[in-house]
Design a protein around this ligand. Structure first.
Ligand code: ARG
Length: 716
């Protein structure tokens, strides 16, 4: 403890720049409010050059990638850059044991060689506007939650219709500050997005789950795609006749590199933060929700890994889902540690105490007097269920049988109970769903995951477990092995073949009596079930949370000026910054704000599939063949740190210098700052970025794909 304080102190003394720590995920329409501050820090652009409704601006090069990540356009032919881990499931989908792009990488030689996944999309941001007054005028504080929601939804439908230009655009109206403000966002979606290039796993995911969320880091976490349009430039489903998009703006790529203190900004789609979360919520997560999540994820990972290690096809088929589970398994552990260490709940509780004083002044009492007490009561009453829910959720997100069969079975029942014309209508969707589920499903793995999850859930889910699981637990003496094996033996749902056999002589009873189907239904029912008391609790909570945020802003007790992340486009700005040296994790570079290829080679281990550098990369390192991508110390930079305020969903976001040129690609956060989604810690919170020079080096020297470099606008 003492030691780390010393470390920090030394770091502060040595830091040559007064680096402003940069909390804030800002709306582009209000960027005028930040622009002076940004310009002081090194921005050379105007607000209009970042966000303009009428002229092309920076925002036109930023897209949401497949709903979950961020990406950017980097050529006049619609070349898209995002993280490797964002393209991961598409790369895995396009890979087979014979053509294993995940393992060996892929580089399209010409546009014709670019590969279209089954589905893949990018979303462009057109504009946004404030509709707070319009929405809040629909009701007052006396309205109950149901009526409030009903009126809001009605108005949202109108706003969508007014702005979607007859279906050309997608319009999304979202609430901010817990329902105290409303904005709408206009988007245009493109659905033909093809894979252009990806480094091998051992570059794109170098360090694997061991290095995930850690610094120092040596990961080439990038992949390349391309947006295609119809011949008139409009969005279109995949067609061989589609042409590369002509974007309104593409980002110039800088060879200038980064230095400590340099201005750096990031535009992207941060998924979720909870900076207003009450103390009780933090406590609930740390003590009930996250521990259950961690345990539930680990059980799934162990069962999956045992099979993935034995079989290359299984490894490919489950790679993406395993990575997703492992990512948040580690994240949640980091959150438990960081929130405990920083006593975040205590800090919040202190603010809430002050809030109570303010709330009990005569003018405030009627509206705010009970807010904190009610919120605390809500958490006290829902703690146990939060734990249960997290076990159940992890069973559902790791077991395909548990999560998918209820829906598939219902679809099949509907199909066989229909007449011929109706069946013909239902057939395509049904076939597609069957294929999607079974194409990459491996029964032995699914068996083990389901047994492990049922054992854990029934043991730890407490009083709240699904009644049917409670029954089975009794009957099978708390071990679900025999139960699952029997269910599988007799089920029509184990594989594509068993489903095909079913359709040779389809009978409804075969579905309704199927044990796996029944189990899936019971679990889903429990997942969705809410007692009247729970519904009431939830409604009261959302009202009280909204009032808490409103009161905190009104009283000035909380001064956060930007809304929580909710997958809408934001800008965060700050600078290139070091991190206090880690006691055991040594960095190879001259300063602790960047890493170099040497570090990756130092970590090389041919027997460890997380640290096994490709031979060609080692050869390039030995020859020091870095071309124009080396830094002034003749090192090849790999990753660097900034103090930007990002979270999951920002993955793949461009890091831009003061001129709006691409200097890197955000791809991770650091484990020390996992409390960041709840509270921003300026001393610890960092964004981990791939240096764009490393991206270019891999494309140019490693992959010999110079034609892709030629497509970009490279600036010195
Ligand atoms: N931590 C990264 C994020 O949440 C994902 C990294 C994926 N890599 C991995 N080794 N699992 O954006």
């Amino acid at each position: 403890m003492k030691k780390s304080v010393l470390f920090l102190f030394a770091f502060l003394l040595m830091a040559p720049f007064k680096s402003k720590a940069d909390e804030g995920m800002w709306f582009l329409m209000f960027i005028n409010k930040n622009i002076k501050d940004m310009q002081k820090m090194g921005l050379k652009l105007t607000a209009e050059e970042i966000y303009s409704i009428n002229n092309s601006s920076l925002k036109d090069a930023i897209v949401q990638f497949n709903g979950g990540c961020t990406a950017e356009i980097i050529s006049k032919d619609g070349l898209v850059l995002t993280n490797h881990h964002c393209g991961y499931d598409k790369i895995a989908e396009l890979s087979t044991p014979e053509n294993d792009y995940l393992t060996h990488g892929f580089w399209a030689k010409t546009k014709k060689d670019e590969l279209a996944p089954k589905s893949n999309s990018v979303r462009f941001f057109i504009r946004m506007d404030n509709v707070t007054d319009r929405i809040l005028a629909l009701f007052d504080d006396s309205f109950n939650e149901k009526e409030r929601e009903r009126r809001i939804n009605q108005e949202i439908a109108k706003i969508q219709e007014e702005n979607d230009e007859g279906g050309k655009y997608t319009v999304s109206v979202r609430s901010f500050f817990q329902g105290n403000e409303y904005y709408y966002f206009v988007y245009q979606d493109f659905d033909d997005v093809r894979l252009v290039g990806t480094p091998p796993d051992m570059i794109g995911r170098f360090g694997g789950d061991t290095d995930n969320w850690e610094w120092p880091r040596h990961t080439g976490d990038f992949s390349l795609f391309r947006v295609y349009t119809d011949k008139d430039g409009n969005p279109a489903k995949y067609s061989p006749d589609n042409i590369p998009m002509k974007p309104k703006h593409h980002l110039p790529v800088s060879l200038g590199g980064v230095k400590e203190g340099d201005f750096a900004m990031i535009l992207g789609y941060p998924g979720r933060t909870n900076r207003w979360m009450p103390a009780g919520g933090i406590d609930q997560n740390v003590k009930f929700a996250y521990p259950a999540w961690v345990e539930g994820s680990k059980v799934a990972m162990d069962a999956m890994k045992a099979h993935m290690d034995k079989n290359q096809k299984v490894r490919l088929d489950y790679a993406s889902s395993y990575a997703r589970i492992a990512n948040y398994w580690k994240n949640r552990q980091g959150m438990i540690e960081a929130l405990t260490l920083h006593k975040t709940a205590e800090t919040k509780a202190q603010t809430e105490k002050e809030f109570e004083k303010w709330a009990n002044k005569p003018v405030n009492k009627k509206l705010y007097g009970n807010v904190v007490a009610d919120i605390n009561e809500y958490y006290a009453k829902t703690n146990e269920n939060a734990s249960h829910n997290n076990y159940l959720i992890n069973m559902l997100r790791s077991s395909n049988y548990a999560s998918a069969l209820n829906r598939l079975g219902a679809q099949m029942l509907n199909y066989i109970n229909s007449n011929e014309p109706k069946r013909r209508e239902l057939q395509p969707a049904l076939n597609e769903d069957i294929n999607d589920l079974y194409e990459n499903l491996y029964e032995p793995l699914e068996r083990d995951v389901l047994i492990a999850q049922l054992n854990l859930y029934s043991k730890k889910g407490g009083e709240n477990i699904a009644p049917y699981v409670a029954e089975l637990k009794q009957k099978y003496n708390e071990d679900f092995t025999e139960y699952v094996d029997n269910a599988l033996k007799n089920s029509i749902f184990t594989s594509k073949e068993s489903i095909d056999r079913f359709f040779e002589n389809p009978k409804a009873e075969l579905i309704t009596n199927d044990e796996l189907f029944k189990l899936s239904n019971e679990l889903m029912m429990r997942y969705r079930a809410k007692t009247n008391e729970e519904i009431l609790l939830d409604e009261n909570f959302s009202r009280n949370f909204r009032l808490l945020v409103r009161g905190l802003r009104e009283s000035g007790l909380n001064n956060i000026q930007y809304p929580d992340a909710n997958s809408t486009l934001r800008l965060t700005y700050g600078s290139v910054v070091t991190l206090p040296a880690h006691p055991t994790r040594k960095n190879d570079a001259k300063a602790n704000y960047y890493t170099t290829l040497k570090g990756a080679i130092d970590k090389h281990n041919p027997n460890d599939d997380e640290f096994n550098n490709p031979q060609k990369l080692i050869d390039l390192y030995n020859k020091k063949d870095y071309g124009r991508y080396a830094n002034e110390h003749k090192e090849l930079p790999v990753n660097f740190l900034t103090n930007n305020d990002i979270t999951g969903g920002n993955s793949g976001s461009p890091v831009l210098n003061g001129k709006g040129e691409l200097i890197g690609l955000a791809f991770d956060g650091n484990i020390e700052a996992m409390a960041g989604d709840v509270i921003f810690d300026d001393k610890l919170q960092r964004t981990i970025n791939v240096d764009i020079r490393y991206v270019l080096f891999i494309i140019d020297k490693y992959a010999d794909a110079k034609h892709l470099i030629d497509e970009m606008t490279i600036v010195k």
